[in-house]
Design a protein around this ligand. Structure first.
Ligand code: AMP
Length: 283
């Protein structure tokens, strides 16, 4: 059943509401998003409701995590649609600050993301994780949640933020939610809205190829040969180019070799026309 959802747009109003909950002894979960919500995001909200008494969802398309060449201006936005969806899953508060509220005149402090930000997305998008870490640090400070929920869809982001929380002793727990996929395997993403019909038909091959690589690796395949094979298959499936396919330590994202016994994660980014897709699979 849908219930009306309160929206706050200033840090002052946000703190007033969260302060009331705190005074009543309620625990609080935060689900940070950039909006254009889909079932993947709603899965995070449902998990948040199991982990805390009250759920705050933030919607903020954070300019500092986009490079000038990226899709900030065309990033999909639909606050009315998002509100309805959030009411339907029982979120308690929407935190929707303006860019000016988040970054007032004179703002100049930033977090430097740690070692988990090296390589993968960090190599292709050098400013990205600094922007993500800084805005998440601000969101954690603004909302002061007990827990924050992040999707495994953005696996490197999850690990970078875990590292930040640990390194800076931030007083909250991060909880990971599994990646929600369409029936054909494509990971749900706000950016899937950019895909043409023909591209949408190619897109599920990313998950299929990464799953095959994960299976080959778990059966002892040579990493370099497996990765080269996966790249060939992605290009043959119709992707325009492959930014990376890598196998990394699942907990630290450190580089690994075949002798490693730590849990591994396969991570990749590809381009399909004008759209960039990322995905990852556990080995
Ligand atoms: P975004 O709005 O893309 O910044 O994503 C907000 C949060 O939702 C992040 O923690 C993402 O990892 C998570 N998320 C996005 N897509 C999915 C998905 N398909 N399944 C699970 N979580 C997701």
């Amino acid at each position: 059943m849908s219930k009306s959802l309160k929206i706050v747009r200033t840090v002052k109003d946000l703190r007033k509401q969260v302060g009331k909950w705190r005074a009543d002894g309620k625990s609080v979960a935060l689900v940070p998003t950039m909006g254009a919500l889909h079932d993947g995001h709603l899965g995070l909200v449902k998990l948040a409701k199991k982990k805390a008494d009250r759920v705050v969802v933030s919607i903020f398309v954070n300019p500092t995590q986009f490079a000038p060449t990226e899709d900030l201006s065309r990033y999909p936005r639909d606050e009315a649609g998002d509100l309805e969806k959030l009411g339907g899953v029982g979120a308690d508060l929407l935190w929707a600050p303006s860019v000016e509220e988040m970054y007032p005149d004179g703002f100049s402090t930033a977090i430097v993301a740690g070692s988990a930000a090296e390589g993968l997305e960090g190599a292709i998008r050098p400013q990205h994780f600094g922007g993500v870490a800084t805005v998440c640090c601000k969101l954690f400070s603004q909302v002061s949640p007990d827990v924050a929920i992040f999707g495994e869809k953005d696996y490197q982001q999850l690990i970078v933020l875990r590292q930040m929380v640990r390194d800076l002793n931030l007083p909250l727990k991060l909880i990971a939610a599994p990646t929600k996929r369409a029936a054909d395997g494509l990971a749900m993403s706000s950016r899937n809205a950019y895909l043409t019909e023909a591209e949408r038909a190619i897109a599920p091959s990313l998950f299929a190829v990464l799953s095959e690589l994960a299976a080959d690796v778990s059966e002892g395949a040579d990493l370099a040969a497996g990765i080269a094979n996966a790249k060939r298959k992605l290009l043959a499936s119709g992707f325009s180019s492959v930014d990376y396919v890598e196998v990394r330590d699942a907990e630290t994202l450190a580089a690994v070799d075949r002798a490693d016994t730590a849990p591994l994660r396969v991570l990749a980014a590809v381009r399909l026309g004008k759209t960039r897709l990322i995905d990852n699979v556990a080995v």
